[in-house]
Design a protein. Structure first.
Length: 268
C-alpha cells in the first residue's frame, strides 16, 4: 500500500505538470520582446540565462520516473513473497490432531512402526525402510502444515521431515527435511531433487521444535520456530489432486521421533 501511494503521488505530479505546461509556455512566449524588422533594438544589459520551461519540466519528469522505479525495485521481494503477503491471511484451520485418543483413524501408516503414546504420535523405522505416515484427508490447493516434533536424546542422526505430495511415494512431491541426511543439512526437495539447502540449521536431540511447511502458489518454504530455514520458488508448483497428501516422515528414526499438535491450514 505504501508503494502504491507513492506511485499515485508522483503520477499526480506528472499530470499536474502536463496540465499547466501549455499555460506556462504561452506566458513565456508572451513575455518575449518583439522587434520591428526596420529598426535596431537597443542593446540590453546582460542578464542571467533562463532555462526554457519545457527543459525544466522534462528534468522534473525524469527525476519522478527515476524515483518511482527506485521505489518499485526497493520494495520488490520476489514472486514467492508476493504470494505469501497476498494469500496467507486468508488461511483457515481445517484439521487439527493432538493425539489424545487411544485410537486414531486420521493417519495411514506407509512404512515404519507408529504408535500413539503419552499424547504424541511416535514413529521408528524398521530394518528395511524409513518411516512415513500420511493424513487420510486431502489438500489439493495451497496448504500450510504445522506441528511440534523432537527426536530422542540418544538419536543424534535423526531428522524431522514432512511431505506434501503423493500418497504412494514420499519422494514424489515436496519433502521438507529439517536435519536431513543424517542430520547434516536442512533442505527442501522437489521430486527427490534438492532445491535449497541449509547446513547451519540442524536438529538438537531432545529439543522440541515447532515446524511449518507450506505450499502457497509457487512459494515452497520450511520454517523452524518461526524462522525460515529453507525456501525456493517453483514456477510450476506441484498441486492438485495428484499432490494433495501431507505426511510426517524420518529416515534415521531409530530410536523414535515424536510428533504432536498437527495442524493443517488451507485457503479454500
Amino acid at each position: 500500500m505504501e508503494l502504491l501511494a507513492v506511485m499515485i503521488f508522483f503520477i499526480a505530479i506528472i499530470l499536474i505538470v502536463i496540465k499547466i505546461y501549455p499555460s506556462l509556455k504561452k506566458r513565456e512566449e508572451e513575455q518575449q520582446p518583439t522587434t520591428s524588422p526596420t529598426s535596431q533594438a537597443p542593446t540590453a544589459p546582460a542578464t542571467a540565462k533562463k532555462f526554457p520551461v519545457g527543459t525544466v519540466i522534462g528534468v522534473i519528469t525524469v527525476i519522478v520516473v527515476i524515483v518511482v522505479i527506485a521505489s518499485v525495485v526497493s520494495n520488490y521481494d520476489g514472486p514467492a513473497e508476493k504470494v505469501i503477503s497476498k494469500n496467507s491471511r486468508n488461511f483457515v484451520l481445517v484439521f487439527e490432531d493432538k493425539f489424545n485418543q487411544e485410537e486414531n483413524r486420521n493417519w495411514i501408516v506407509k512404512s515404519g512402526n507408529w504408535a500413539m503414546e503419552n499424547g504424541e504420535l511416535s514413529g521408528e523405522k524398521n530394518q528395511c525402510a524409513g518411516m512415513w505416515v500420511i493424513l487420510e484427508k486431502k489438500f489439493p490447493g495451497d496448504v500450510i502444515l504445522e506441528f511440534d516434533a523432537y527426536t530422542d536424546e540418544n538419536n543424534p542422526s535423526a531428522g524431522i521431515e514432512c511431505t506434501i505430495g503423493t500418497d504412494y511415494n514420499p519422494d514424489i512431491g515436496y519433502t521438507f527435511a529439517f536435519g536431513g541426511n543424517s542430520n547434516t543439512k536442512t533442505s527442501i526437495l522437489r521430486n527427490n531433487y534438492f532445491m535449497d539447502e541449509n547446513k547451519n540449521e540442524l536438529v538438537r536431540p531432545g529439543k522440541i521444535y515447532h515446524i511449518k511447511a507450506q505450499r502457497i502458489g509457487g512459494d515452497i518454504s520450511l520454517f523452524v520456530d518461526g524462522k525460515r530455514v529453507a525456501h525456493f520458488y517453483d514456477p510450476n508448483p506441484l498441486n492438485g489432486r495428484s499432490y494433495s497428501t501431507v505426511g510426517l516422515k524420518s529416515v534415521w528414526g531409530r530410536p523414535k521421533v515424536h510428533f504432536d499438535n498437527v495442524r493443517v491450514y488451507t485457503n479454500q
